[in-house]
Design a protein around this ligand. Sequence first.
Ligand code: ADP
Ligand code: ASP
Ligand code: MG
Length: 422
Amino acid sequence: MKVFKFGGASVKDAASVYNVLKVLHKHNAKDLLIVISAMGKTTNALEKLIQKYLSGSFPSEEIVDLKQFHNLIIQELFNSEKAAVYPKINQLFEELNAFLIGNKSNGYDFVYDQIIGFGELLSTTIVSEFLAEQGIKNTWLDARSYIKTDTVYRDANVDWEKTQKNILEGIQPNTINITQGFIGSDTNNFTTSLGREGSDYTAGIFAYCLNAESVTIWKDVPGVLNGDPRVFENAQLLHQISYEEAIELAFYGASVIHPKTLQPLQKKEIPLQVKSFYEPDNPGTIVCKGNGKPVQPAIPCFIVKRNLVLISLSTLDFSFMVEENIRDVFNLFHKYQMKVDLIQNSAISFSVCVDNKFNQLSALIQELKARFKVSYTTGVSLYTIRHFDPQSIDRIENGKQILLKQLTHNTVQMVTVEIKNF
Ligand code: ADP
Ligand code: ASP
Ligand code: MG
């Protein structure tokens, strides 16, 4: 079986869904599991809806907008007003409404997960019905019946044993299957989500459990480039990347592949192709066993993570920043769900660059201040260059103030702020 994953950009409007059909026709695969994300920016729209709901207002306008966006796409894809897609989509909106009215919980993360997956449920229903109408017989699968997780809402961890069993028992070979990225369910069958951009990871999970022949993620770029083309001019296509290198790139923030996707694939040596849905005939990038070659061609790779926080700590009593203090600091990072991107330690100070993903910075700083002398800068960027050379470092340093720099034999990382000339 092969696994394909189509992200939000590849199903952002009716023309894009037609393009998915074109890609599938070209590949003519009969043994396929297709993972699909929410259409376009639907997940962002759902986040706004959740915000409003949890601050006490019923998100009526947001629901109307969501309906309208999906209905316009449906109207372009289906000729008949009697198409089976309509009652199915209405049913999903009824479920959403019933949850919003009946819900008694104000646990942010729990409520978030009960709502956020509607984007994927809507998109997969539309694409599945559309493909069926176009002659591609397929089975719509509810990913929540297959991917079982713990109850860490918004960042759930997969229960591999149960998931493997469900997938092996439930998915028929020689069929085309369509399912949602990004969501699973806990033991009480409440919806959980795997973290933003987690649909790539879903593809990795299904591929691992199915012992798939390959995974292809279809993107709006020619493949994995040596830098995000939206940020780095003249980015070049990487033809081949080893699993280890791809894991490093994704971990440092190359957002073209979700970082959790690769390890399950590496374990079973399942190749991952990253290809353009605009140019499906082009080879794109293949991630596979590297045989000593991390990237081909061998060029520096650039990654930037923006809007991070650089926190520097020292002790209040001039004692050293050693194991005990550092342990306490990490406990606090864990408590406030800070994602740590870079650490630098000296005898009396400890600097750390964190991603304030869950918006808990003020609470963290307050608690740190009780124990340490604290200074912090928000809005910093973290640049990482893998396989750097002097020119690539110059390129990044130019026009920026470097707050911190760290070098290992093949990676340089720099925390920067832009120098503003007024
Ligand atoms: P999806 O539609 O699957 O959600 P994403 O938007 O998450 O796709 O990923 C594709 C985007 O990733 C590209 O449009 C590009 O801007 C960005 N990107 C970041 N780093 C890279 C890189 N190294 N190579 C290619 N694209 C990259
Ligand atoms: N729709 C989800 C998101 O936007 C998951 C994904 O696209 O991978 O984060
Ligand atoms: Mg995405």
